[in-house]
Design a protein around this ligand. Structure first.
Ligand code: THU
Length: 134
């Protein structure tokens, strides 16, 4: 999706757009994510639920899997937004999945008004498990 450098507000706008496609008939909790890679490309994701519940996939992982499946593993920044008043942080599983590819990326946690906090993945997911360390 293009190759221009995104500022935080632009990336958040894309995450809000991605949220429109949320398939969340069970929780009614709509989430959107926009993942910016080092080369400037952006991958969007929304949460996709399932009547069997466990196959549900978070917006962040949808964006990550789209990027990796397109050959892009160098992550720079991700913006995450739901329709909550609270800032939407990635769940533990998504933090682990992001950390597979970058410990040092920026995570923008956004509330429904578009206000955000800028975090580093290493800050919200310290001491990540790595199979390489075993
Ligand atoms: N969800 C996400 O997409 N990302 C998060 O960071 C937290 C949770 C989704 C999963 C499920 O569809 C709904 O939100 C409620 O948990």
């Amino acid at each position: 999706m293009g190759c221009k450098i995104m500022d935080n507000k632009e990336l958040i706008k894309l995450a809000i757009k991605a949220r429109e496609n949320s398939y969340s008939p069970y929780s009614n909790f709509k989430v959107g994510a926009a993942l910016e890679c080092e080369d400037g490309s952006v991958y969007l994701g929304c949460n996709i639920e399932n009547s069997s519940f466990t196959p549900t996939c978070c917006a962040e992982r949808v964006a990550v899997f789209k990027a990796v499946s397109e050959g892009n593993k160098s992550f720079k920044k991700i913006a995450i937004v739901s329709d909550s008043d609270e800032y939407t942080y990635p769940c533990g599983v998504c933090r682990q999945v992001l950390s597979e590819f970058s410990h040092d990326m920026t995570v923008l946690v956004v509330n429904k008004n578009g206000e955000y906090l800028e975090k580093n993945l290493s800050e919200i997911f310290p001491n990540a498990f790595s199979y390489k360390d075993v």
